[in-house]
Design a protein around this ligand. Structure first.
Ligand SMILES: [Zn+2]
Length: 132
């Protein structure tokens, strides 16, 4: 063990002190693994096989504030992202329907971003504006 080296807290591999400090005591490999795990915990993967899957995933990944308060994303944000589709979107929007933003699977090739239309706490339809 060289002076200033520390042992990785998971695998015990020797790492230079500076590296260890930057990576919270992990070696490079364990650090990468740990970060991937953190991302997976924070953003669980949603398998989308049907429209119902999409609605369910959009519903659970919408910012929590939308699920707690009866709020809707301000129209200006929706308009900005939907552009020429906005008229169509607005014409289909019912009086008690709310618009929630969603973004999930952001670290994978199954990324979906868009707007969810929610009526009385139930997802009605989703507009995907971006997919990878
Ligand atoms: Zn390690």
């Amino acid at each position: 063990m060289k002076r200033g080296d520390t042992a990785c807290k998971t695998c015990g591999k020797q790492v230079p002190c500076v590296v260890s400090k930057k990576r919270k005591g992990f070696c490079h490999d364990c650090w990468m693994k740990w970060q991937r795990q953190q991302n997976e915990n924070r953003y669980p993967y949603h398998e989308i096989r049907s429209e119902a899957d999409l609605l369910a995933a959009a519903y659970v990944t919408a910012p929590w504030i939308y699920r707690v308060l009866p709020i809707s994303l301000p129209a200006v944000f929706v308009e900005k992202r939907l552009r020429d589709q906005y008229k169509d979107f607005k014409s289909k929007l019912g009086p008690r329907e709310r618009v929630w933003p969603f973004h999930f699977n952001q670290w994978s090739l199954a990324m979906r971003k868009g707007f969810l239309v929610v009526k009385e706490g139930k997802p009605e339809r989703a507009w995907v504006t971006e997919l990878s």
